[in-house]
Design a protein around this ligand. Structure first.
Ligand code: 26Q
Length: 805
């Protein structure tokens, strides 16, 4: 049953009158957006409650995806698409004299995440529902999402993201499902009459966790799952505990802000409290649900899977232990066996310094019962494996070491599955980073290459390309992105190549207007649009990109008649607020942009555009317009990357190192349809081993590198006295941690290759087509199905899906 245009219009008029006592001609986009939101919610409300009841009736095993970040972006169009009413709504609104796009602008991005990890969680939510899998998200409802970025004199300035200012149409507050979470105080074990030990708490604080549920709609399958985000409140019964305003504020602020991913010692206590808060609330609410099923606790793992997205929710393990022992009076042995079978864990990083650790003192003080349990988890691990394995191995893998709790160790030892997010990454985990654990538990390690929500990143973001695909290969790809491979049959079809090129040109034109409007910079849509969009981090090597741009600049200065394509280098990147070096890179790129964009000798041959406030919505505007996808991290450092997949799907050609999922992209498109350069992961490790890398030597032997680096410090690039020096120091004084200078020559050669390929129009269009055709391989639908089969052991609710459609 679907709504007609007329029904939609009537419903809209009716609700507008009810809510605002107004006619359409007098309504603002704000008002119409809110009314549209309520129409859409009403449209899926039956499916939402049916889905829930069906899961309950079928006693389906469900997965709960615990993530401290979710990054859905805007939800209006994606909801309309998944409900199958996007066209009806567009048409109906047009007849009411409103443009859907104007309403889309009203919705604020939901940016409760930093980058890849949070966006992946949201792609998974979409795919889990779309595959008809019973799964829910569990996280935090931050009052403020990731900061808004502005540039002032080329410097990054952060502003608060007040995304809830005008309310959030999609969320539903569920007061009745609130739970209490305990913090701090002292805890001791008291022996009861029956000889059992019970924890007794003193001077602890109790906070109320209130859930806000958001519907996650499956793609045209009548499945509506739930994303549950928790917000903190002070329970009425505890008011007198909070004497001063400061005291109160400290607790009320628990869910106020998302930590940007650099956060150091300062404020760490709040981060730990956030982790426990949403973990405890989530696990309690799962146990409440399980009780309704009336099954023995020993069968918990047949009904519930809990996924730990990176270590941030790893306290799920001791919290589950606590509930099973303290509330349900299970023995340690039984509790630990259940817990291990329920939990699974994904690692998203190989950089040792990024592995999460907490000081024992902090953990003891903030979460005393958690610490007691963690200590026992550690003690029993050591006791169990001592004598079986070499003592050093046990010491290296134990949870508590040198006064710190190693969250990844706990997550691996007390879960049944640990996975990496790309083949190379998972191999590195086994062979290097987590090798000791692999020796202990080889059967637990597996790979699940990341994927992306293909419908959002093609149909929604790039309707022009979508239309060409429909005309060429039919519409089945919209449901099953594997069918994109049908496009391969048209690689010699000039008409199709041209149509795709026209779509790309249209998107470039649109982005050019956006750039003009937001930065004042004029760019030619005829130029190559070369795109690097991701968080700013030294290992991602935005600076390597800049070194190449500076080379192009000097080449043109020396030889203004030089042949070659026009290029626009487009950046989008936020730096963590306290990451000084990353901020210096932003400043340097912005000042180089100023210099190059205004140099009459260059005459627009190359331009640099650094767009402010990169987020999901901006990504949706940049990606469809990209010709070149920059994936140039130092091999072995990027766990997977996901913008590489989004850009490929939109027909960009990748220039990449063999890192993360780039390796798998190369495998599916073949060497002819990607440009690879730089050290391999093996070479990087060999270089660590030999310990003889000298950035200075490379610099001394390269006149062009000398010219570029000198330009950063001698005033050639103005206004960067400090930042230019910081950049040069990182390369020469601190010996170039990420081997930029070593990869520079091969990067330049790769860029020259890109230039030649682009000049051969047909060849480029064919490469672009083959990238689109092979992108189906990276659908998060497939990724979550593999998680479902191999890790969660859950099944799609097919029979129910069919019945309802
Ligand atoms: C740590 C401590 C305190 C506060 C915040 C954090 C923190 C926050 C976010 C640590 C890490 C993150 C995010 C990591 C992340 O996004 N990793 C990326 O995950 C993607 C999805 O798997 C991969 O594609 C990327 O390669 C990986 O970098």
């Amino acid at each position: 049953m679907t709504m007609t245009v007329n029904e939609f219009k009537e419903e809209m008029k009716q609700r507008l009158k009810e809510k605002y006592a107004m006619d359409f001609k007098d309504a603002s986009p704000q008002e119409v957006f809110h009314v549209l939101g309520s129409v859409v919610k009403a449209y899926y409300s039956d499916a939402w409650s049916d889905t829930w009841k069906d899961y309950l009736r079928a006693e389906q095993k469900q997965v709960y995806y615990f993530s401290i970040e979710f990054l859905p972006g805007k939800m209006l169009k994606s909801n309309l698409l998944n409900l199958g009413i996007l066209e009806v709504v567009k048409e109906g609104l047009a007849e009411l004299d409103f443009d859907l796009e104007d309403l889309v602008d009203v919705e604020k991005d939901m940016a409760l995440g930093n980058g890849g990890l949070g966006r992946l969680a949201s792609c998974f939510m979409d795919s889990i529902a779309s595959c008809g899998l019973p799964g829910n998200g569990n996280g935090i409802r931050y009052d403020y999402g990731l900061f808004k970025q502005r540039f002032v004199d080329g410097y990054q300035v952060e502003l608060p993201d007040e995304w809830l200012r005008n309310g959030n149409t999609w969320e539903v507050r569920k007061e009745s499902k609130a739970v209490d979470v305990r913090f701090g105080g002292q805890v001791w074990m008291k022996e009861m009459a029956d000889g059992k030990l019970k924890p007794v708490y003193e001077n602890d604080r109790i906070l109320r966790a209130v859930p806000y549920d958001t519907a996650i709609l499956g793609y045209q399958n009548h499945i509506v799952n739930t994303l549950r985000l928790w917000s903190v409140e002070i329970p009425a019964s505890q008011e007198d505990q909070y004497r001063s305003i400061d005291d109160r504020r400290q607790f009320e602020d628990l869910t106020a802000v998302l930590y940007p991913d650099d956060s150091n010692e300062h404020g760490r206590r709040v981060r730990l409290a956030q982790e426990y808060f949403f973990v405890s609330a989530g696990v309690q609410s799962i146990m409440r649900y399980f009780k309704k099923l009336n099954k023995p606790l020993t069968l918990l793992n047949e009904y519930v899977a809990i996924h730990i997205n990176d270590t941030h929710p790893a306290l799920c393990i001791p919290e589950m232990m606590r509930i099973l022992m303290d509330d349900y009076e299970l023995s340690w042995e039984v509790a630990v066996s259940i817990t291990t079978k329920v939990m699974s864990y994904t690692n998203h990083t190989i950089m040792a310094e990024a592995l999460e650790k907490w000081p024992v003192e902090l953990m003891k003080d903030a979460l005393p019962r958690m610490y007691q349990i963690i200590e026992e988890l550690d003690r029993r691990f050591v006791a169990t494996y001592s004598g079986v394995w070499d003592a050093d191995l046990i010491q290296r893998t134990r949870i508590i070491q040198n006064g710190q709790v190693h969250m990844a160790h706990m997550a691996i030892i007390y879960s049944h599955s640990t996975n990496g997010v790309a083949k190379l990454h998972s191999d590195l985990l086994k062979e290097v980073v987590l090798h000791d654990f692999y020796v202990l538990f080889p059967e637990r390690f597996n790979n699940k290459t990341n994927g992306i929500a293909q419908r959002r990143w093609s149909q929604l973001a790039n309707p022009e390309m979508a239309e060409v695909l429909d005309e060429t290969i039919g519409k089945s790809w919209r449901q099953d992105s594997d069918d994109l491979k049908l496009l391969k049959n048209y690689v010699e079809d000039e008409a199709v190549l041209t149509k795709l090129a026209v779509a790309k040109q249209h998107n470039k034109q649109k982005l050019a207007s956006y750039i003009k409007e937001h930065t004042g910079i004029e760019v030619s849509p005829e130029a190559i649009f070369d795109v690097q969009i991701k968080r700013l981090h030294a290992y991602k090597r935005q600076l390597l990109n800049l070194l190449h741009i500076m080379k192009c600049y000097f080449d043109l200065k020396d030889n203004p008649q030089k042949e070659g394509n026009q290029r626009v280098f487009i950046f989008g990147a936020k730096a963590a607020p306290s990451y000084t070096y990353a901020k210096a890179i932003i400043k340097v790129i912005n000042e180089c942009a100023n210099l190059i964009n205004h140099d009459p000798d260059i005459n627009g041959r190359i331009k640099i555009v650094f767009l402010e406030n990169y987020n999901v919505t901006l990504a949706e505007q940049i990606i469809p317009a990209a010709d070149v996808s920059e994936q140039i991290s130092l091999a072995s450092k990027e766990a997977s990357g996901t913008s590489n997949m989004k850009l490929m799907l939109n027909g960009a050609v990748t220039i990449a190192t063999l890192d993360g999922a780039n390796v798998e992209i190369r495998d599916v498109v073949g060497d002819d349809n990607i440009v690879i350069f730089g050290m391999t992961e093996a070479e990087v490790y060999a270089c660590y081993e030999s310990n003889d890398y000298s950035a200075m030597k490379i610099y001394e032997e390269s006149p062009i590198l000398q010219r570029i680096l000198n330009a950063f410090v001698d005033g050639t690039v103005p206004n960067i006295q400090y930042e230019g020096q910081a950049v040069v120091d990182s390369l020469l004084k601190y010996n170039d941690e990420y081997f930029l200078l070593r990869d520079f020559a091969s990067y330049v050669a790769a860029q020259e290759q890109i230039d030649r390929l682009y000049s051969d129009k047909k060849r480029w269009q064919q490469m672009s087509l083959l990238n689109i055709a092979n992108a189906g391989r990276f659908s998060s639908d497939d990724t979550v199905m593999r998680y479902a089969e191999d890790i969660w052991q859950i099944e799609p609710v097919e029979k129910y899906t069919k019945k309802r459609t």
